[in-house]
Design a protein around this ligand. Structure first.
Ligand SMILES: [Zn+2]
Ligand SMILES: [Zn+2]
Length: 101
């Protein structure tokens, strides 16, 4: 059990590995978050926020630059595929819980 997993799109087959939970902290309390880029898929970005900032929860909802193309992207909603746009991404289950055929 952990805060990271693999998500796969049932529509186009895109998969993103080790997506953190809504946020994650480094050793220093830095906040990172997943964003959805239509070119580069789901990417972790360092927001520059720190868990000790009083308003980091709101500010993390702002757009952040994709680490690959540098376009500003929004927080991923954990459902919409960044490549095909379908709300068909699900967290993979390795224990046979998945229902696709
Ligand atoms: Zn897709
Ligand atoms: Zn990008």
């Amino acid at each position: 059990m952990g805060s990271a997993g693999t998500y796969t799109c049932k529509h186009c087959g895109y998969s993103a590995e080790w997506v953190t939970a809504d946020f994650d902290f480094g050793f220093s309390g830095d906040v990172v978050t997943p964003i959805a880029c239509p070119h580069d898929g789901i990417r972790q970005v360092e927001t520059g926020l720190n868990a000790q900032d009083p308003d980091w929860r709101e500010r993390r909802l702002e757009a952040y630059a994709c680490p690959v193309c540098r376009e500003r992207r929004r927080l991923w909603d954990r459902k919409t595929c960044p490549l095909c746009g379908q709300p068909s991404m699900d967290e993979d289950e390795s224990d046979g819980f998945a229902t696709w055929d």
